[in-house]
Design a protein around this ligand. Structure first.
Ligand code: B12
Length: 210
C-alpha cells in the first residue's frame, strides 16, 4: 500500500525518482489522482513553502523539491485529465520583463494545473506585448503576472495599461503575485486580485471564473 505521506516526505527531500515511483504505485493501486495530488504532492510542497518562509530551508531545497513535484506531476497530469478534472478555465502566467525569477511562478502554474485549469506558461522576462497578445491568442479567462524585484514590479502596471489601451480590459481578469507585491499595490495599479502564495492563487482564479 502506498502511503501518501511518503509521497509528501520524498518530495520534501527532493527525491524525484522516489516520488515518481510512489505516484506510479499509487495509481497502480487505483488511488484517485486528485488525492495523490492534494495529499501527496501539494501537501509536500506546502510544507516546503512554509519552511522556506521561516528560513528553515533555503533556495536549493525549494528547487529540488519543485523538481520532484514536476516529476510526480508528469506521471499524474495525463491521469488528472482522464479522470474528469476537466478544463475549468484558461490561465496564462509569466514573469514580467527584466525579471528572471521563476520558482514561484512555476509553483503557481503547477497548482493551477492540478486544480483543473489549462495553463499557458509565458516564461520569464516577458515583454508587455506578449502579455497583451496572449489575452486574445489563448482566449484567456485569467492572466497572471509574477515579479520578484521592486525594479520590475512596475512592469505590471504597463501591462495593465497596454491591455486597457488595446480595448481588452473587460475580456480578462488579472492577478498578480511575487514577494514584493501586496494587495495595496494590486489596487493601486488596477489588477483584479493578488495572492500571497500558490494555493490562494488557485482560490482567487476560481472566484474569477465562478
Ligand atoms: C532564488 C532567487 C534568485 C535566483 C532565481 C532562480 C529562479 N529560477 O527563479 C537567482 C539566483 C537567479 C536570482 C537572481 C537575482 N536576484 Co533573486 N532571489 C531569489 C530568492 C532567494 C528566492 C526567490 C524564490 O524563488 N522564492 C521561493 C518562491 C516559492 O516564492 P515566491 O517567488 O515569492 O513565489 C510565491 C508567491 O510570491 C506567489 N507568487 C509568485 N508569483 C506569483 C504570480 C501570481 C500570478 C500569483 C497570484 C502569485 C505568485 O506564489 C508563490 C508560491 O507560493 C529571493 C529571496 C526571497 N526570500 O524571496 C531573492 C530576491 C528576490 N532576489 C533579489 C535580487 C536583488 C536578485 C538579483 C538582482 C541579484 C543580482 N545582483 O544579480 C538577480 C536578478 C536577476 C533577474 N533579472 O531577475 C532580491 C530582490 C530585492 C528587491 N527588493 O527587489 C531578493 C528579495 C533577495 C534579497 N533579499 O535581496 N535570485
Amino acid at each position: 500500500m502506498v502511503d501518501l505521506n511518503n509521497v509528501s516526505e520524498s518530495l520534501q527531500r527532493g527525491d524525484a525518482e522516489k516520488v515518481e515511483e510512489l505516484v506510479r504505485g499509487a495509481l497502480g493501486e487505483n488511488l484517485l489522482p486528485k488525492d495523490i495530488l492534494e495529499n501527496g504532492l501539494i501537501k509536500g510542497m506546502d510544507i516546503i513553502g512554509a519552511k522556506f518562509k521561516k528560513n528553515e530551508v533555503y533556495v536549493p531545497e525549494v528547487l529540488i523539491a519543485a523538481r520532484a513535484m514536476h516529476a510526480g506531476m508528469s506521471i499524474l497530469r495525463p491521469k488528472l485529465a482522464e479522470t474528469g478534472v476537466k478544463n475549468i478555465g484558461t490561465v496564462a502566467v509569466g514573469t514580467v520583463k527584466g525579471d528572471l525569477h521563476d520558482i514561484g511562478k512555476n509553483l503557481v502554474i503547477m497548482m493551477l494545473e492540478g486544480a483543473g485549469f489549462e495553463v499557458i506558461d509565458l516564461g520569464i522576462d516577458v515583454p508587455v506585448d506578449k502579455f497583451v497578445e496572449a489575452v486574445t491568442k489563448y482566449k484567456l479567462n485569467v492572466l497572471g503576472m509574477s515579479a520578484l524585484l521592486t525594479t520590475t514590479m512596475i512592469q505590471m502596471q504597463e501591462v495593465i495599461k497596454a491591455i486597457s489601451d488595446a480595448g481588452l480590459r473587460d475580456k480578462v481578469k488579472i492577478m498578480i503575485g511575487g514577494a514584493p507585491i501586496t494587495q495595496n499595490y494590486a489596487d493601486q495599479i488596477g489588477a483584479d486580485g493578488y495572492s500571497p502564495d500558490a494555493a490562494s492563487a488557485v482560490d482567487k482564479a476560481k472566484t474569477f471564473i465562478a
